[in-house]
Ligand binder design. Structure first.
Ligand SMILES: *Cc1c(COP(=O)(O)O)cnc(C)c1O
Length: 340
């Protein structure tokens, strides 16, 4: 770990974590092979372990969550098909329009409710009849957690049953599904129940440097493998990265509760400061509403204390395994001094 990195507190995202000593040790020790030939024992071990953990027949290791989601959409939908997705969803908003650009898949965005869900009536209303005027409705894509909010198991059961009942498949962008499971005290299998495919990020909060897992049945994953190759995601001696992901799943899931507790601590402490308003975090993401004219000055004060955030009037702060309670107290002190 570089000294410079250690000195900074970075709350822009839970992607900023560096692999710790034990994870690096696991990466160093990983047996390797050529994964494009299916020969990398460490990749195979991760995929098998994750299939068991999430309750799917098969899993594919992908370089990023964006690619993993895109592969999922490409398997479920063809040219002229559409997928129903939240306006705020990562796949729709933050993945450069990949489904439309590379898959000729039309997104049908639906407004997210305040709790992050898509209203069942809105989903039902957007499923098109089989009529040549319309794109073919093929897939419902949900995200959990979404903006740090947890979609509960009851809602997910209803939404996926609705989609299946109307002949649609279901995909979960579960970049932060481990946060959702830990928060609810349910198994990862229970957290992804009802979905035909799930994408899970190993590099968000779980501490791996890169990597995502795409889960599905065997037929789905066989098709996914072709798309991954086409998208340039076939990696050779990827076992070192897979070993980091394996370490992350074995050691860094339960501890997400610490990140949730740290976010709650931060929200409570910042809420004492007059002039700003703070959301109550459900998991590891909180939002702070700031006076717009405070942003530049506050950002400078934070940087002077080696604290990095993505400054905005609606400031998102994300806790993670490299942000200690003591670090967070430093941030609270900067805020308190600035608004005094
Ligand atoms: C970060 C994120 C992704 C994409 O992951 P990358 O590995 O950054 O490509 C997908 N979905 C959600 C909800 C995310 O937060």
């Amino acid at each position: 770990m570089s000294e410079l990195y250690e000195q900074w507190l970075d709350l822009r995202s839970d992607t900023v974590t560096h692999p710790g000593a034990a994870m690096r040790e696991a990466m160093h020790a990983a047996p390797l092979g050529d994964d494009v030939y299916g020969d990398d024992p460490s990749v195979n071990r991760l995929q098998d372990y994750a299939a068991e953990l999430f309750g799917f027949e098969a899993v594919l290791f992908a370089p990023s969550g964006t690619q993993s989601n895109l592969i999922g959409l490409l398997v479920h939908c063809g040219r002229g098909d559409e997928y129903l997705v939240g306006q705020e969803a990562h796949t729709f908003r933050y993945e450069a329009g990949g489904a439309a650009v590379l898959g000729s898949i039309q997104p049908q965005p639906i407004a997210n409710q305040a709790d992050g869900s898509l209203a069942l009536a809105d989903i039902a209303a957007q499923i098109k009849p089989d009529d040549f005027h319309f794109a073919r409705s093929k897939l419902l894509a949900l995200e959990n957690t979404i903006g740090g909010r947890v979609l509960g198991a009851d809602y997910l059961a209803q939404a996926t049953a609705l989609a299946h009942g109307r002949g649609l498949a279901t995909h979960l962008d579960g970049a932060r599904i481990c946060n959702a499971a830990v928060k609810q005290g349910i198994s990862l299998r229970a957290a992804v129940a009802g979905f035909d495919s799930v994408s899970v990020c190993l590099s968000k909060g779980l501490g791996a440097p890169v990597g995502s897992l795409l889960c599905g049945d065997k037929t789905f994953i066989a098709q996914a493998k072709r798309w991954r190759k086409m998208l340039g995601g076939g990696m050779r001696q990827a076992g070192g990265l897979a070993a980091a992901g394996m370490y992350a799943l074995e050691h860094n899931v339960a501890r997400l509760a610490d990140d949730h507790a740290n976010a709650a601590f931060l929200a409570q402490a910042l809420a004492q400061i007059p002039g700003i308003s703070v959301s109550t975090p459900q998991t590891n993401i909180l939002y702070v509403d700031l006076p717009a004219d405070a942003c530049a000055g506050l950002n400078a004060a934070l940087q002077a204390e080696r604290i990095r955030v993505s400054m905005a009037p609606r400031l998102r702060l994300v806790t993670h395994l490299d942000a200690t309670r003591a670090d967070l107290r430093r941030l609270v002190d900067v805020f308190a001094a600035y608004f005094r």
